[in-house]
Structure formats: C-alpha cells, structure tokens
Design a protein. Sequence first.
Length: 311
Amino acid sequence: MLPLVVILGPTATGKTKIGVELALRLNGEVISGDSMQVYRYMDIGTAKITPAETKGVPHHLLDIKNPDEPFSVAEFQKEARTRIADIVSRGKLPFLVGGTGLYLQSVIDRYVFAEQDNVQEYRLELLALADKHGKTYLHQLLAEVDPPAAAKIHPNDLKRITRALEYYRLTGQRISDNKEARYSSLYQVVLIGLTMRRELLYQRIEQRVDAMMANGFLEEVKALLARGFTADLPAMQGLGYKQLVAYLQGACDLAEAIQLIKKETRHFAKRQLTWFRRDPRIQWFNAEEAEYNYEEIISQMIRLIGRTIQH
C-alpha cells in the first residue's frame, strides 16, 4: 500500500504549519484537504496558505476551480488519489492536510462513488429548496431517505444535510450505512490529529476572524461579487462569505456579520471534533503544547510516522 500522512483537526489548531514542517523534514509534498481552498480568489476567508508560508514545499489542490465551477467530494477523491500516487512515484511522502472530514475520509478509506454529472445541479436544487421552504424542509427530505443520518444532523446544519443527500444521490446508499467504508484504509496511513482546550480554541477562532477582517476579508468578498460570482453559488455559501454577502446586501450590519462568523465558526469546529473523534486510528496531539514545546512534538510525530510507514 502507498504511504500517506494525514494532518487533521478543527479549524485554527495550526494544521497548516505542522504539515509544512513535517513535509520539510520528511521530503514530503502537501495535498490540501479543505473543501473551500480549491477555489481561486478565495484566499483570506479560507485561511489559504501563502507562498511564503509553504517554505518551498509543493502544495496541491489549491486554486484549481473558479467559484462558479462544480466541485464534488467524488471529484476531490479522484484528484487527491491521483496526486498521492504521483507524489509517491517521485520518491516523496504525501501529506493530506485539512479539516473537511468527509473529504479526507473519502480519500483515505474505501468510499465508492457512482459517476454522476448532475451532482452540481442537484446541490443547487437543494439550496434553492432550502431558500424557498427553509432548512427543515431539506432535513425532512433526509429523514425520508436516511433516518439515522437525519437523527444525528441538526435541522439547521445545511452543509451536512446537503452532503448527506448528495451522498445518497451519488451512491444510491445511505451515508449512515457506510460502516464498511469507514476505517478501512487504502493506504499505509498515519492520522495525526491536533486539538486543544475548547475555550482556547474558541479564543483562537475569534482572533483569526478579527485577523481576516484586518487583512481584507470584506474586500475579498466585494471583489468576488464584482467578478460576477453570485451569492447563491455553493462556494459563496462558505463560512464567512455568506455572512459578509448578507452585510453587503443590507441584511445586517458589519458588527453583526462578524459576530455571526465567529459563532458559526465555533459551531463548525465543534462539528469537526465530533466527526474526527469517531475515528479510533487518529493519534491526537495537544496543539497548545506544540506552541511551547514545538521541537519535541514534531519529533514525536516523526517517530510515529517512522514506526507506521515502512519504506
């Protein structure tokens, strides 16, 4: 089996920095495991790595789509697996780094997607239904085809509801039944998770949102709209973008939009932790400790990778 190192965890825990550091020391290349960083022109709000921050480490699956181009989890799976094979063929170690749980797991494990050309149309159809009838209407649709998934997903969690419905459309199977696919990897895989105390994580999230605003997040959203990327696009429904578009359209004031971004990002981090904690293979590291005991934590990770991956 091909080797693969995965760096995962909730937003704002320092995955990007750790991924670069390990790739530098282990002759690796990084594949982004973030569902939003595939889009061009969406840099600040997605916390996309800058050229300087890469320290020369090649990064893949960044800026491969315009915000109005369709992109599904099935396409991500295909693209990521192709790049993993290519990186290994050149004698390097692939690192999959990100926080989008379903996207990561679709690559690592035995998820099989049927070829569907109309997934993007279906997603837009679902979003239109949510706009017209409300999120609870989509939740009811999910309850009809996958009651166990609906029981676990909050009626207001539009992204997870649409993903579960999309999964059903793609595979013809319920996402809640996909037990055999979970935790059965196609790779010789090491899963490194980063976490920290909840109160510190929330503090970091709030600081990150403030930094994004200071670095021009609002101007980025204005530029996207000026390029003709409309508010109803799935990409523009992303965390932060949706709230700032609402402000620009007069639905709220800026302070309210920023507070909503912080609140929704905290909820997102909580959902990420819930998803990842189901996977018993993940070796967890304290991101707080990594900040003051950096070399020791990096050394522990390198030893873990060395024990697991046979060259």
